[in-house]
Design a protein around this ligand. Sequence first.
Ligand SMILES: Cc1cc2nc3c(=O)[nH]c(=O)nc-3n(C[C@H](O)[C@H](O)[C@H](O)COP(=O)(O)OP(=O)(O)OC[C@H]3O[C@@H](n4cnc5c(N)ncnc54)[C@H](O)[C@@H]3O)c2cc1C
Ligand code: SF4
Ligand code: SF4
Length: 1016
Amino acid sequence: MNAPLPPPLVVAGNDAASTLAGRLRQAVAGDVMFDAASRGRYATDASIYQVDPIGVVVPRSHDDVRAAVDVCRELGVPILPRGAGSSQCGQTVGAALVIDASKHLAGIGAFDRDTMTITVEPGVVLDRLNAVLRPHGVWFPVDVSTSAQATIGGMAGNNSCGSRSIRYGNMVHNVAAIDALLSDGTEARLARVGDMRGAPPRVRTLVDGLAAIGAREHDEIARQVPKVLRRVGGYNIDVFNPQSERPYTADGSVNLAHLLVGSEGTLAWSRALTLALSPLPRHRTLGVVNFPTLYRAMQCAEAIVTLGPTAVELVDRTMIDLARGNPAFRPTIDAALIGEPDAILLVEFAGDDREAAVAQLARLAELMGERGLPGSVVAMTDAGAQKALWDVRKAGLNIMMSMKGDGKPVSFIEDCAVPLAHLADYVERLTRVFAKHGTRGTWYAHASVGTLHVRPILDMRRDGAAKMRAIAEEASAIVREYKGAFSGEHGDGLVRSEWVAWQFGPRLTRAFEEIKALFDPAGLMNPGKIVHATKMDDAALFRFPPAYRVVPIAPALDWSAWNVHNDPVAGTVTASGSGGDPAGGFAKAVEMCNNNGHCRKFDAGTMCPSYRATRDEQHLTRGRANTLRLAVSGQLGPDALASPAVREALDLCVSCKGCRRECPTGVDMAKMKIEALYQWQRAHALPLRDRLVAALPRWAPYAARLPGLANLRNRSPWLATLAERRAGIARQRSLPAWRRDTFLRDARVDAADADVVLFVDTFTNYFEPENARAALTVLDAARRRVAIARPAPGDAEPARPLCCGRTYLAAGRVDEARREARRMVAALLPPVTRGATIVGLEPACLLSLRDEYRVLGLGDAAQALSSRALLIEEFLAREHAAGRLALPLRALPEKRALLHGHCHQKAFDALEATRAVLAMVPGLAVDVVESSCCGMAGSFGYDAAHYDVSMRMAELSLLPAVRAAAADTLIVADGTSCRHQIADGTRGTAPRTAEHVVRVLARALQPSDPARATAS
Ligand SMILES: Cc1cc2nc3c(=O)[nH]c(=O)nc-3n(C[C@H](O)[C@H](O)[C@H](O)COP(=O)(O)OP(=O)(O)OC[C@H]3O[C@@H](n4cnc5c(N)ncnc54)[C@H](O)[C@@H]3O)c2cc1C
Ligand code: SF4
Ligand code: SF4
């Protein structure tokens, strides 16, 4: 038998790394990255750890993987496989060559209905796979919460488990075979041992060696391996003597693929995975059981499970309160509550027979009656209501994760699993442990299988490490007493590998080392995980070690709201600005990213368009936040905030604000980009194009006087090429056309007692004045007294129109933006103080009053302005909902409208208002495009260097939807740049023009309406 291995190999030194980089660049077609920022972006996952990898390879094909493994083997370099990097335990963190499968290795084979299997490459994301399978009426049912990010390779690596594991089991129960590449270059198909008879000698030796270990340890396996379903720690040595509540194979046969499942990349690279599929249930029902105490909820879980639910999920009082505090979620959560419960259990039943699923709800209610809780169940049969409630549970967790300050919920005992009979006592005892250590936790998740997620709040920069160990030790003692599993969902990684010996005993630990040596004799695969482990509290591995320091900077924006301390027990935070951040709160805002990887999603919402187009970690919100964190903490060298590495990471950020709304912890990269650009342009000259765009409000009045000349560039290909060479403006683009008939030039005299002030932004005024005229028409028809926003008396530039300052913000010219903002505040504060509403048309401009103006240091006046600034559609929708709007609208010839939301509309929840306003037009059906950013994003898409990626963003969903729309469908887009992108992207065979919602409304107004006749 092979001897256990020494601790992992590590390649140190620049020479070794550059030899490796050189060899890889010769051998691999995909990306090879060895620069500090790229390595830094792969130094973390959703755990508390950070270790710089030696380098990163993003292979284009399996040939690349094989070549990289060959080079590593020759040079003795460790190898770290990676998918989405959403592991919570540090599985994907290590001093190794990271091989990232998520970008290119995402092929999906054909669905085999006979065997109910499918074979996929490791980088396939679960949601994408299930979208492909849905039309066949089947799915891959390991429905992890990270389904929009998690790759099948990573899910297998971690033996992941979904909410419905009680019905479908864990990953290990749903993988049929794995085609693996071993570190010695052997390719092996691991499957049922009976199917591996013709394997080559190296693989036979492996199989025989493993079988011998299995036979030798038969009794020890029975003694040491926990019997619960949710046990994912160590290697699945119980393939040789099944211990799980649910057998891994139906016929008791040994499948060696199951040994790779949960091995966290320590045994082999998974090249292709054959997955067992399940029929999609046709119907689901949901019963919400209301409990007076968390303890009672846990006490009842075991009985509820006997009814055969597909999921039993816990939501505790803290989560209920968080959800109720959010106006968007309150109605949904209130509909699920009876009185003031301390906890609720979401009990789901599913099947093909609707009546049976409904009948289960009645049985649930009966059961609760028998348990002394009559009338405690809210029954939900409607799919929409069920989904809304599941979404609330997810959002509640997100709010918890968004805690400001250095104390953060830390995942290390988050997934201990205990038999259901002990669940209630386990919760009670662990709560006491937390209190003893001056912290608390919030409970949620999978009551059905005895796995409750809980993260105590710890400050890893101060006393967190000591508390973590103390709590882990006390928790482990309780878990052992109840014969549970210390690692019930998230795996071992860096945080729990040292607990493998504790869980499985010295004999099996040695057997694990032997298994590792059989697969990976040189010890190259993901060293330090599962076997030969480091200590969980080794501060040298922490992302925020006690030595972590922030480099002082004078920020341009006000970040003080993040600069706080929190008290985990009281749940309070100190006053803004008191957190001791030498970067004025900017560092703490950046540090909010906990690397959970939610921004890698492709499904709904906006975040993150640049990642959707490139699939590069660098162009992901997480990649950017990590780059900024490394920069502000001096880990990328001096003055790194103004370094090319930071600029490159932010280059493709389109400032869509998608992350502001959709990132669970509220990372607001658009604002951070402004700050970083500000720091950049203090040290470097801005390119000509950026300077031109930034100063647009200053030179626009002159250009508008000679529109013919200004528009020449659009008519002359020669000038377009020159403009690209000199100013970097993409020659393929048309530029917005200057107009002589600007809106403000001859806008009418204002109503003195206006209740609405129309702010006409630079773009609307100079390029699309008809939109402002339409807005005036609509507001007049709505019988509002309207004034046009103009510079205040005493303004230093009375003749120059007001501007929100957005173009300056986009270039990081915060001082100039602040000057524009001051003009706005001076002009608009008097009507606001009088009670008037400020209404605007361009989302990017108007919404900056509600967003950036709050952090420009303009005091209470800006806050007052921000509280009364609305997009025109928000204003109309609000008035309509309040019964104060009677627009005389008639049907239009067009019967459908396709609505594309501007990213900032979505970020500020204003898209629903646009939809509602369009729906006021009689007989007009409104479809909303499920689109992310249009790709134009202000001036982003005009930049020659951005043209391709801009068009790729547009082609992801917006342009295909527009092209597919019938010729008589109205295309509605409220953003100037979105409309331009639609026009540019459909030029050629079937040009389409999008219009602002006010243009649609103005056209739909009754012609007889006298107000309309007088306007524009
Ligand atoms: C907010 C949040 C919620 C979560 N919810 C759940 C949940 O409900 N259930 C659950 O089980 N987990 C959950 N997780 C943990 C994590 O998301 C899952 O384990 C997920 O399946 C990991 O997928 P990944 O692509 O991110 O893998 P990664 O983190 O990239 O990798 C996971 C492991 O697999 C290995 N690996 C990756 N690719 C390969 C390959 N090609 N060959 C060999 N080894 C490979 C890696 O080395 C690593 O050890 C959650 C995490 C977060 C942050
Ligand atoms: S940016 Fe937000 S969504 Fe992305 S990893 Fe960080 S915390 Fe998660
Ligand atoms: S602002 Fe938009 S593009 Fe930039 S990181 Fe956030 S989601 Fe991505």
